[in-house]
Design a protein around this ligand. Sequence first.
Ligand SMILES: C[S@@+](CC[C@H](N)C(=O)[O-])C[C@H]1O[C@@H](n2cnc3c(N)ncnc32)[C@H](O)[C@@H]1O
Length: 514
Amino acid sequence: MYASLLLANVGIHGCPREGFGLVVPAGGTTEMGEAVKLENFMEWATALGISDSPFINVDEDGLQGPNHPQPSSCLGKSLSISNFPNAGGRGLCAVRDLQKGQLILRVPKSALMTSQTLILNDHRLSISVPKCSLSSTQILTVALLNEVAKGKRSWWHPYLTQFPSNYDILSSFDQFEIQALQLDDATWAAEKALEKAKMEWKSATTIMEELKFKPHYMSFKAWIWASASISSRTMHIPWDAAGCFCPVGDLFNYAAPGEEQVLIGDFTAADTGARLDGEQSDAQSLRLTDGVFEEESAAYCFYARRNYRKGEQVLLSYGTYTNLELLEHYGFILDENPNDKSYIPLPPDLHSLCSWPGDSLYIQQNGKPSFALLSAMRLWTTPTHLQKSVRHLAYSGSPVSTVNEIIVMEWLVKECRLVLKSLTSIEEDKSLLSVMDKEFESAMEAKSALLGLTDETYAFLKNNGLLNDEIIDLPRKAIRSLDKWKLAIRWRVKYKMMLCDCISYCTRVINDLP
Ligand SMILES: C[S@@+](CC[C@H](N)C(=O)[O-])C[C@H]1O[C@@H](n2cnc3c(N)ncnc32)[C@H](O)[C@@H]1O
């Protein structure tokens, strides 16, 4: 019965994973082919002992012990795979009400794909890797590509078919997509990510040649695919800084850590399946994520971070990230991200006045300047000979004086306006996004919708060769570029909105002053 439910869900999910095509397709790239691949993966995961049962080693009858037959599916007791179009696409859904702190998924150590497990099962890799001086992430990248190249011969094949074919992380952005971010900080981050990926790829070419990789797997495109898989899908393990791939566990989509992270650990002994001893709940309250490798049970264990109702998507916190960081490491942004920040240019001598680190001087997601930014600005706008006497006020987060507060707020308003003036407007960006939201069926459609709108839309058409009338179908590269361009525009809109909210906040503060 569960298999049909799963296949129904696959039907909803149904996005053929074509594109880079690193993973050898098991049944074509049709929806049915995808469903078969998913079914194979579920069977494979079940055989490995991956389980969403809240009872460790206990079946649904509450019986325990090695004599009990394997469950028919690794999912179905707490979770099922489902599609959440506006919250990460494929993800995991609660099949019953789940209580905060409850164990919801367990992935045995033997099912984790790590550099170690890949190397141990590959003679050539085990000879080549110890001779090279690569970082742990580079080693996992090489080992992953080496495994993928084996196609169906790989023991991990059912799992590898579930990897996305393409990623939208910053290092996969081309120059056009990078420029679409508009803000210097963001374009710098993207260029740095691309440069780092290129350096890591180049320094790994010797080992890839030694391993006789085919050109396809040696390419920079392949490297980006593998390193993006690592960046967006691995989980922390204590014995390898590159982390591990965690089958099924890597289907959890992300929610930013919120208040439940502070409260976590206050679940009661009545919560079946939750870790109950004091030491464990302490460990749980200390960490920021709700999945952890547990040495004592030799498994990656996932716990509900809050109560979930049946049918809700169950989410995982991968950590605390701004939208730019999410884009860099995971290739998406959140519309509502409580941890988002925007930086504006600050007076160069501000930093020498205070001990706040540069990255603490920002505008918060709700438009309020950060504590450190306000404190530093209050000091900076105070005449030098008075700074010593007001330092204690500024450092405690209090306004220094009414006049000073007005100067600070006006300065912030002016600076935000100046930044906004140098960029395209939010309205322009939003209307461009609405044009792009219409799915283009052909190159001609894309051209007629985008040509003549702005310099940027012209640059996109040119960059993708779409100015040429002979191109009929929208090339795959152009579709991929559209996705990344959209992400860049959505990111810059969020940034600009924070600045607009800051202007409103500062204006309100000025108006409310006695
Ligand atoms: C560990 S995977 C999660 C499962 C993934 N949806 C899948 O189908 O394999 C992480 C990736 O899922 C997507 N993702 C996760 N959470 C998301 C969210 N809240 N919004 C948009 N995309 C999300 C991003 O592409 C991210 O790189």
